[in-house]
Design a protein around this ligand. Structure first.
Ligand SMILES: [Zn+2]
Length: 99
């Protein structure tokens, strides 16, 4: 019983919440930034990798002849090919849509 009370007291420690918040925000940040898991060993890779290639995708509606239909607003996005090197030695690439 003492152990449970001790644990609860530790939970009330603001430092514990700061640590928990710190860890949580790092994980959330990693998800937002799109840090990938290695396909080989499924470990999280804690960096942004390096840009190998990029491509602009035009999503403006097109006319039947294939040119942009200028009645619509031009739209599109950039895709970025990133490359990561995992600690296990595996190298992999992934296309990421730039926001
Ligand atoms: Zn790996």
């Amino acid at each position: 019983m003492d152990f449970i009370i001790e644990t609860l007291e530790q939970l009330n420690d603001p430092l514990f919440f700061k640590l928990l918040f710190g860890v949580m925000s790092i994980i959330i940040l990693a998800v937002i930034l799109g840090f990938p898991n290695c396909p080989q060993c499924s470990r999280k890779i804690w960096n942004n990798g390096k840009v190998v290639d990029r491509e602009y995708i035009d999503t403006t509606p097109q006319k039947s002849d294939g040119s942009n239909d200028l009645r619509y607003k031009r739209s599109g996005y950039t895709k970025i090919l990133r490359e990561w090197n995992c600690r296990c030695g595996h190298t992999f690439q992934k296309w990421i849509k730039k926001i």
